[in-house]
Design a protein around this ligand. Sequence first.
Ligand code: ZN
Ligand code: FE
Length: 255
Amino acid sequence: MKLQTHQFPYGSDNYGLLLHCRDTGQTACVDAGDIEATQAALAETGWGLTHIFITHHHADHTDGLAALKSAYHATVLGPKIHSAVSNLYDTQLGDGDHFEFAGRRIDVLATPGHTLDMINFYSADDQIVCTGDTLFVVGCGRIFGGDASMMWSSLEKLMALPDDTVVYCSHEYTLANAKFAVTVDPDNAALVERQAAFEALRENGLPTVPTRIDLEKATNPFLRASDPSIRAHLAMTDATDAEVFAEIRRRKDNF
Ligand code: ZN
Ligand code: FE
């Protein structure tokens, strides 16, 4: 049976995620930014926390980690790159590593760029990937820890996942992302249509997360560096994909 999911908001625009296996009773939370919000989600679902998956060290993802770990004696899996919180990780993981959770294999994809330590968690069995602050709905993370070509390589790893993979990311940035996306990809009817759907969801207080790999490949400008009409729009017909991506990222930073 597939993992059950429970997504919950915290902070100004963060999402936490619980992954629960009915067969084994095991539950993981993805990131640990807010202990109270995580505990409320656990109380609401009735699930007991056994594992904590950390995508990267930023405070909005790890502020509750020490308290959550000790309250539940949960096993913490996080990036192998050293950070201020990596002493709290029981297992440290890098690109290509995998581990067992609730009787299934979880694959680790290193996706540096937003931070150098960023890792993403992928379950092929469940068709789920948790992208942290690497891939957002019609957006991608700001580059703090690497450079644009590093981030582009990271996004390429996510684009290589099956089209029907469900993408859970860590922030509700979608409306702002869509507002920018239509400026570089104005003729994309699927994007314009999605933008209207996002507005309707948010007006009703509903999340735009999760998304799917195929939807992002069709509408997320940061994944569309090879698209002829975006390249023409940017006057970058002969540039490499990484260069086009870098230009789109630069424009978003100044938007
Ligand atoms: Zn972050
Ligand atoms: Fe974040």
